[in-house]
Structure formats: C-alpha cells, structure tokens
Design a protein around this ligand. Structure first.
Ligand code: GAR
Length: 216
C-alpha cells in the first residue's frame, strides 16, 4: 500500500485453524496498539476454531472452502469477493494453509505470517509443526518468523518484518513453536502498524521502512 491509508485500517483475516494469531490481533487492536479493525474473518473450513473467535466478537465469519471450487483461480476469486464485499484494505493470512492467488487489485495488500526465517523453510507443505521439524532436522541455530507481502509464489514476496529466536539444545518442535509464536505475536502487529502508518515502500523484492513523519 504505497499511500497513506484511511484509518482505522480495515482488515480481512484468512485462517484455517485455531486462530491464536487472530486472537492476538483482536487483543492488540483493543489495547490500542494497531490502528485497525477486523471487518471479516474468512475460514477455509467450517469448523476452524478461529471462526468461532470471530463470531464471539460479532465479526462476520465466512467460510470459503477450497473443495467447493474447481481450481485455485475460482477459489481465490471467492476470497477476493468476500474481501471486497467488506471493503477490506488489507488481507492478513493468519495460519491460512492454502494458496490465495492475489489479484492485481490486492497487490501489496495481502500479508502472510510464516513461522520461520524465509526464504528458508517455506513453500508448499511447510506449515505449523512441519516447519519446526524441518528447522530442527537441518540443525540451524537460529529460527524465527517472517511477515511478508504475498505474491504469486507460496511463502515468497517482499519481506516486511523478521524476528529471531535461538534454537536451544533439547528443543522439540513444540518448545521451538512456543518460542517462535511469542515473536509472531509482536511481528504481525508491527507489520500492520507500519502499513497503517503508510511507512512501507516496496521496490522489487525489498521493502523500505520510512521514518515516522515528524509531528506524529
Ligand atoms: C502460526 O504459527 C503461523 O505462523 C503458521 O500457522 C500458525 C497458525 O496458528 N502459518 C504457517 O505455517 C503458514 N505457512 P493459529 O491458527 O493458532 O493462529
């Protein structure tokens, strides 16, 4: 989003699972830490607990299931229709385990959070615990999380924020996931805040973060 957006930023959140990421966003917004409001939550399965979290807060919760569509373009078009119907400024992939083909109208208006330091440990099949298992198998000493703009490739796209954690002796995928998730809870709100403040400029694969304008 290469301009100063109108605030509060209208967020559409896409998820497939438990929705801890969504819950954190609700909490951060309520605490006044992100100038945004969640206008729709889209779940890729009807029983995704994240949808119930949205309904509890009276936020529209919609289901768009891949199996109801013949291909990625028609599935993606259904998502875009829902985002547009709710006039979402920004779509947040918050534990969304499918490929959303971002249309031109949403270019640089879709962000994804991934529980590793991209471009390593990303791509199809790398989600949730699979990611942390791969990190441990590779023997790397540092992991973390990445928030990036989603583009035409899975887990690619210009990187907005990364935060790191150490991989510790004796870590299991579970213990590492807990440490990484603590950082995800900071990284995603930070990225959304930067977008809301109109402080990101995307140039090729690089995202430049502009200083806070004086007087704010
Ligand atoms: C989060 O850790 C997120 O980074 C990850 O799924 C989890 C969702 O948890 N996303 C991916 O792995 C995407 N490739 P939640 O449903 O409890 O918010």
């Amino acid at each position: 989003m290469d301009h100063m957006p109108k605030l509060p930023l209208r967020l559409g959140v896409l998820l497939s699972g438990t929705g801890r990421t969504l819950e954190n966003l609700f909490e951060r917004i309520e605490a006044g830490q992100i100038p945004a409001q969640i206008v729709v939550v889209i779940g890729s399965r009807a029983d995704a607990p994240g949808l119930a979290r949205a309904r509890r807060r009276n936020v529209p919760a919609e289901v768009v299931r891949p199996r109801d569509y013949t291909d990625v373009p028609s599935f993606s078009a259904a998502i875009t229709r829902s985002l547009e119907a709710h006039a979402a400024d920004l779509a947040v992939l918050a534990g969304f385990l499918h490929f959303y083909s971002v249309p031109k109208s949403f270019e640089n208006r879709v962000i994804n959070i991934h529980p590793a330091l991209l471009p390593a440990f990303g791509g199809k099949g790398f989600y949730g615990h699979h990611v942390h298992e791969a990190v441990l198998d590779a023997g790397v000493k540092i992991s973390g999380c990445t928030v990036h703009f989603a583009d035409a490739e899975y887990d690619r796209g210009p990187i907005i924020v990364q935060r790191t954690v150490p991989v510790l002796e004796g870590d299991t995928p579970d213990t590492l996931a807990v440490r990484v998730f603590e950082q995800e809870k900071e990284a995603l709100p930070e990225a959304i805040r930067l977008i809301a403040e109109g402080r990101l400029r995307v140039e090729g694969h690089r995202v430049h973060v502009l200083p806070m304008p004086s007087g704010i």
